[in-house]
Ligand binder design. Structure first.
Ligand code: NAD
Ligand code: MN
Length: 354
């Protein structure tokens, strides 16, 4: 019997609603699948801790997380603390310290969910560079408050950083349709983005079977809306992929559906799994957050642990619920609560006799 230890950080807002629901579902998958068990330890890190101690996580938080097999994360962000403090204090701190450089975000129209597209088909994976680029945290401000104030936000692209995310994306493309869209803005951004295009061509030589398309990020937003069926694997920078993946999740029906894996592909550190949405100020505390994104995230976590059978079983249960027409939360046009959707997925798991 394999025994996994999962660190659970619900964080803020609806993270505190969808992550406990996700743990319930993961425990149900483990019970149904057999062969492995989960032990989860929950950490109450986030904005409440910040208000009490001035820190989003304890000083030794990274050491605490390090021995776990994976991290299951909700979201950060509250109305009374600047967003950059909550994000850098917890989520970005973990992603960057554990070198989780590949942020992988599938988006797909699940059966029974129409989404806003009404035509076309959406089944793609966005690979987001997750360690540098626009979120390198470099820059500064001078002449604060004066008319001549200047602020810089420096994007950093290193050959090592771009090359490793490109290889990850090409490898992933090999396991799917052998089609990769490389997204940049290399017409306007003539240094880092040109390096990105050059390295894509270099790495592409090692993958002659993969068809590569280069697309500018602004045009790419229109491709997502007008020709989603032409998209399979996409590789883009930290910022561009952040934006494109919210768009892709919305096109799949709701921001509440999209999952994320923050991977250290070399497995030196634990990887972190989270729904793509944030803490959702407008619906927090109402019990109506869509938990499907956190469940799908659970399936990515299972896949990472090597439990492919359990991951497939969980996706089957999610799709049985959506194909049957719900229950759906209000973001998908329904009236169900987070708890109703959770119970429906657990029932589907128990009824699955494959
Ligand atoms: P958001 O994702 O929290 O919400 C955007 C919209 O989508 C809201 O209308 C919200 O109600 C809806 N939505 C999101 N998830 C949903 C779900 N599961 N079910 C139903 N509806 C859902 O983005 P935002 O409003 O830009 O940000 C709010 C806060 O979250 C900010 O503090 C921001 O910094 C933070 N944030 C954190 C993360 C993270 O921790 N990974 C990611 C994005 C945003
Ligand atoms: Mn985002």
């Amino acid at each position: 019997m394999t025994h996994y230890r999962i660190a659970v950080i619900p964080g803020d807002g609806i993270g505190k609603e969808v992550i406990p629901a996700g743990i319930e579902v993961l425990q149900a998958v483990a019970a149904r699948e057999g062969g492995f068990t989960f032990e989860s330890e929950t950490f109450d890190w986030g904005s409440d801790l910040y208000r009490a101690t001035g820190r989003m996580m304890p000083e030794d938080g990274l050491e605490t997380l390090r021995p776990f097999d994976a991290i299951y994360f909700g979201a950060v962000g509250d109305t009374d603390i600047p967003d950059h403090v909550t994000l850098w204090g917890l989520r970005l701190n973990i992603c960057q310290s554990f070198d989780q450089y590949a942020n992988v975000r599938p988006a797909r129209l699940l059966p029974g969910i129409e989404g806003p597209l009404r035509r076309g088909h959406l089944d793609c994976v966005i690979v987001r560079e997750n360690s540098e680029g626009e979120y390198a945290g470099q820059g500064g401000r001078s002449h604060r408050g004066l008319p001549e104030e200047v602020a810089t936000e420096v994007s950093i692209f290193t050959r090592r950083g771009v090359e490793r995310i490109m290889r990850y994306a090409f490898d992933l493309a090999m396991t799917r349709c052998k089609h990769l869209t490389v997204v940049t803005k290399s017409n306007a951004q003539r240094h880092g983005m040109v390096l990105w295009d050059e390295i894509a061509r270099e790495v592409g030589r090692d993958y002659p079977g993969v068809e590569v398309r280069f697309e500018l990020v602004d045009a790419m937003t229109t491709t997502f809306v007008l020709k989603p069926e032409s998209i399979d694997v996409v590789v883009a920078t930290n910022l561009h992929a952040d934006i494109l993946s919210d768009l892709a999740s919305a096109l799949s029906g709701s921001l509440g559906i999209g999952p994320t894996a923050n991977l250290d592909p070399e497995r030196r550190f634990p990887s972190m799994f989270e729904p793509i949405h944030g803490s959702a100020f407008d619906i927090m505390g109402k019990g109506i957050a869509n938990p499907l994104g956190s469940f799908w995230t659970g399936a990515l976590l299972l896949e990472h642990l090597g439990e492919a059978g359990a991951a497939a079983r969980l996706m089957r249960a999610i799709e049985r619920v959506t194909a049957a027409g719900g229950p759906f939360t209000p973001d998908l046009g329904g009236k169900a609560t987070t708890g109703d959707v959770t119970q429906a997925v657990i029932s589907a798991l128990q009824a699955d006799n494959e």
